[in-house]
Write a protein that binds this ligand. Structure first.
Ligand SMILES: Nc1nc2c(ncn2[C@@H]2O[C@H](COP(=O)(O)OP(=O)(O)OP(=O)(O)O)[C@@H](O)[C@H]2O)c(=O)[nH]1
Ligand SMILES: [Mg+2]
Length: 265
């Protein structure tokens, strides 16, 4: 087991698959012989699933915040984001009691709560050691159109810019798309020229200047955005994700498994 755990924050638009992939990756790590701890930082999670090792709902629950402060769901989400920051040292303490290789953090449904609230920075600062990264999820319902893909590319770059943490982009739920569509989307990340052309073909922007600027932005952003294809339900792409994270953390090699790989069920 490494001296200090690696922390990965999973974020992305609502419903992109954060909770499901955190669970799947946690299970993959354990099956491969590594220790992983799952932290749920979503106070609004409706999930009855109580498999998170540490669950913020123990301290802050969206429904309680709505009642206590007489807020609607959106206002309560914002208030809860700040309340979480006040409880973060309790979370950290609980984490310190669990020695592990990997800490997988499931973040609130709405990406803007994680990306744009000052309190998120306090949370990330409190929980992160030297080895932290963001996994930004590309939901295929949005990523499959060129303009949706560009929007996600920019959102991912914004999140990376806010936190200044290495960011790994994951195309999720690839089992829902035909294989050639998945390849096409991966190709947009690999060859920005293809993405630029696809955006122009999808809907030519009447403003030529804007088109040119967008093209330039795509050309500089796309090559930075390594995109991995994953499916949490089919359990694909998880090993590639692990390898990429290990490279990101500078290890470039596998961890020593802390226990023997588990036999599959
Ligand atoms: N087919 C398929 N469905 C998936 C996959 N991952 C997640 N889903 C489904 O997508 C929906 C949203 O998944 P979640 O994991 O709850 O997504 P989330 O980003 O945590 O959602 P919020 O926290 O509510 O924003 C659920 O119905 C999942 O069952 C996948 O790999 N394949
Ligand atoms: Mg979730």
């Amino acid at each position: 087991m490494a001296e200090e755990p690696a922390t990965v924050y999973f974020t992305g638009t609502a419903g992109a698959g954060k909770t499901t992939i955190v669970r799947a990756f946690g299970e993959w790590l354990k099956t491969a012989g590594y220790d992983a701890v799952v932290v749920n930082l979503d106070p609004g999670s409706e999930s009855r699933d109580t498999t998170a090792d540490i669950d913020i709902r123990e301290w802050v629950r969206l429904s309680d915040v709505m009642d206590e402060y007489a807020l609607g769901p959106n206002g309560a989400q914002v208030a809860a984001a700040d309340l979480i920051a006040l409880k973060i040292f309790e979370v950290k303490q609980a984490l310190e009691e669990l020695r592990t290789d990997y800490i997988l953090v499931d973040t609130p449904g709405q990406v803007e709560l994680f990306a744009f609230r000052e309190s998120s920075r306090a949370i990330v600062d409190a929980l992160s050691g030297d080895r932290s990264a963001i996994a930004f999820l590309f939901d295929p319902t949005l990523a499959k159109s060129p303009s949706g893909f560009v929007s996600l590319l920019m959102l991912s770059a914004t999140v990376e810019f806010r936190f200044r943490l290495p960011t790994l982009n994951l195309l999720t739920k690839t089992d829902l798309l035909p294989a050639d569509r998945v390849q096409e989307i991966l190709g947009w990340a690999e060859e920005p020229g293809r993405l630029g052309d696809a955006v122009t073909t999808e809907a030519p922007t009447p403003d030529v200047q804007l088109s040119a600027e967008m093209y330039r932005a795509i050309e500089s952003l796309a090559p930075l955005a390594t995109l991995l294809a994953t499916s949490a339900t089919e359990r694909t792409g998880l090993e590639a994700m692990y390898q990429r994270l290990q490279q990101t953390f500078g290890a470039g090699e596998d961890l020593e498994p802390s226990h023997a790989p588990l036999e599959p069920d």
